[in-house]
Design a protein around this ligand. Structure first.
Ligand SMILES: Nc1nc2c(ncn2[C@@H]2O[C@H](COP(=O)(O)OP(=O)(O)OP(=O)(O)O)[C@@H](O)[C@H]2O)c(=O)[nH]1
Length: 599
């Protein structure tokens, strides 16, 4: 057994693309954890989608054996944490399982919004932090400036920051030595009753649910009977092991160690992250301070384009939910779209990843309705209803007032784009809370309605700043505002999937923009189609799509029947991608495009 003094547990915190995964790969390679033959780039990003998008979604872990320059053998446990704002919760929970962090900052870029957000999680978890300046092989690298910025903006000593190129391998040994000498060893008592923290869990089709644990006290062995303290369920441990990074079985896990267990658990939902695991008999009475389960904040409807694929969609959603406790769903029927599901996500990226996986892995074409947040509807009788779907808005005569979720958004941006960023935030009903400068970059803090951010705020921010701004947010609570439900009527029929909640002052502008867009998106039919935006019974914007006979065969003079048939078939196939509303076909992309705002 390795003594506690020879174990180090750490995570790597960084802004997206600053080189966290590349550095992790290097550490694994340098210590011969994986033979060169098995070394694939980005060892830790396992799913295809992650690889394609270059982002790490699920926290992963690896155990590294390292012989330090003092000749001693150490076990280093690295937990890889996700870098995107949607997964902030996973960052904060995995932080509690380790004692230290490497703070990786790209020395050509400097501190970014997610550097700050992630390092604050590490500081909250009382970590020892070792700053690492990466990408020193690039000509634009400026370590002195970035070290100074780390001290100014974050307030931690960066005088001994390690200078690294995760690409060439320069500075990797120094990094390993710093992990051994600067990060604290874990604490724990082997004779005490078992206390293990449930750090993460995911579904594996061969092994069932795999549970990642950090042993605080006691010892966990294969064959033990364990109890999940939150719900009292008891399981028989059938496997214990560590990630090197491939799963490797071992006999026991001791205090300070990080590893996995399997116990024939069927669903990820049965393993609550933050729970304490102890022995069924002679277990501990006092659980570790628990974490809250992640709450979905963004909701949208997912409907199959082809109604016949509803059961396939149900199947795919159930399978994905098995592996993702933070994704929620329930069945929904829409007058316009038929049967589908109302799904809840941690944020927009989470939504996109799930939608992509359904379309790609299960080959189902989807219609996604407008993402919406949860509104608190305060009724006149004093009760509060949660509104997940604008289409379910209760009758206004019973409503006293509506509250919406707000966020605190932190944006770091080079000076020259500051004006555009302020305008964007102002346009989205933001209230400026702070504005400071760090060198040639400004840091603005805004209080914004989440509703104004969920849709296309990232895209707009990226485009007005040419990609130079970085963004992070946290929820700060609910506040009352003058919100109304806006409905869209196509050919006098309400299309519930296009209903949105908007601010009263902006309703007319938003309504006009939507009907104008829909006019371009809906193909002409053989009759005139009015497109209207309405609040309650009052129409606030209207466009009319004029009639046209779209005869695709008109070009074929004479009698080439097979060509005529081909064209008609093509037209039919095109129609499949549309949904019929009353007598009107609305193309799939209209549901998202109509809601994109140009400001
Ligand atoms: N030149 C150079 N490029 C690097 C270095 N480290 C990483 N990169 C490149 O920077 C890009 C981002 O690196 P990743 O390791 O994927 O970044 P990450 O922080 O893990 O990103 P996420 O996992 O998405 O948060 C990749 O194209 C890497 O090849 C370095 O030291 N030098």
């Amino acid at each position: 057994m390795t003594p506690l003094s020879h174990i180090r547990n750490f995570s790597i915190v960084a802004h997206i693309d600053h080189g966290k995964s590349t550095l992790a790969d290097r550490l694994i390679q340098e210590t011969n954890t994986v033979s060169l033959r098995d070394m694939k780039a980005q060892m830790l990003d396992s799913m295809d989608i992650e690889r394609e998008r270059g982002i790490t979604i699920k926290a992963q872990t690896v155990r590294i054996n390292y012989t330090a320059q003092n000749g001693e053998e150490y076990i280093l446990n690295l937990i890889d944490t996700p870098g995107h704002v949607d997964f902030a919760y996973e960052v904060s929970r995995s932080m509690r399982a380790v004692e230290g962090s490497l703070l990786v900052v790209d020395s050509t870029q400097g501190v970014e919004a997610q550097t700050l957000a992630n390092v604050y999680h590490a500081i909250d978890a009382d970590h020892e932090i070792v700053p690492v300046l990466n990408k020193i092989d690039l000509p634009a690298s400026d370590c002195d400036r970035v070290a100074e910025q780390i001290e100014d903006v974050i307030g931690i000593d960066a005088s001994e920051a390690i200078r690294v190129s995760a690409k060439t391998g320069q500075g990797i040994v120094e990094t390993l030595e710093a992990i051994v000498h600067k990060l604290p060893a874990p604490k724990g008592t082997q004779d005490a009753p078992l206390k293990a923290m449930l750090v993460d869990s995911w579904y594996d089709s061969y092994l069932g649910v795999i549970v990642l644990v950090r042993i605080m006290d006691g010892q966990l062995k294969k064959g033990d009977r364990i109890r999940m303290m939150q719900n009292g369920s008891v399981h028989h441990v059938d496997r214990i092991g560590v990630f090197r990074p491939a799963m490797t079985e071992i006999d026991s896990l001791n205090p300070g160690e990080i590893g996995f267990l399997t116990a024939s658990i069927k669903q990820v939902r049965d393993t609550r992250v933050g729970d304490t695991i102890t022995h069924e008999k002679k277990g501990t009475e006092t659980p570790l301070p628990g974490f809250k389960p992640a709450q979905p904040v963004v909701f949208c409807g997912l409907f199959p384009v082809d109604a016949a694929e509803f059961e396939d969609l149900r199947d795919s959603i159930e399978k994905l939910a098995l592996n993702d406790a933070s994704f929620s769903f329930e069945m929904e029927t829409s007058a316009a779209l038929g049967f589908g599901f109302r799904c809840g996500f941690l944020g927009l990226l989470h939504l996109e990843v799930i939608r992509d996986r359904i379309e790609r892995e299960y080959d189902i074409d989807l219609i996604t309705t407008a993402p919406s947040v949860i509104y608190d509807i305060h009724m006149k009788d004093g009760t509060v209803e949660q509104l997940h779907n604008p289409a379910d808005m209760p009758d206004l005569t019973f409503v006293d007032h509506i509250e919406e979720p707000r966020i605190k958004a932190t944006i770091l941006v080079p000076d020259e784009y500051l004006g555009d960023v302020l305008k964007l935030c102002q346009d989205r009903r933001g209230i400026q809370m702070d504005l400071t400068y760090a060198g040639s970059r400004a840091m603005v803090v805004y209080d914004l309605p989440l509703n104004e951010v969920v849709f296309d705020f990232y895209d707009r921010l990226k485009s007005v700043t040419k990609g130079y701004a970085s963004f992070d947010y946290q929820m700060i609570g609910y506040r009352q505002d003058a919100l109304v439900k806006m409905s869209i009527l196509v050919n006098d029929e309400p299309v519930d999937a296009l209903s949105t909640m908007v601010h009263r002052d902006r309703a007319e502008m938003r309504g006009r923009a939507m009907v104008e867009k829909l006019k371009d998106l809906i193909p002409r039919h053989m009759f005139k189609i009015p497109i209207q935006a309405a609040i309650g019974g009052k129409v606030i914007a209207r466009e009319t799509l004029s009639a046209m006979r779209k005869d695709v065969t008109a070009k074929c003079y004479g009698g080439d029947a097979s060509r005529k048939r081909k064209l008609l078939d093509k037209q039919k196939a095109g129609k499949k991608k549309m949904r019929q509303f009353g007598k009107v076909d609305i193309p799939q992309e209209a549901f998202i495009s109509a809601l994109k705002m140009d400001s």
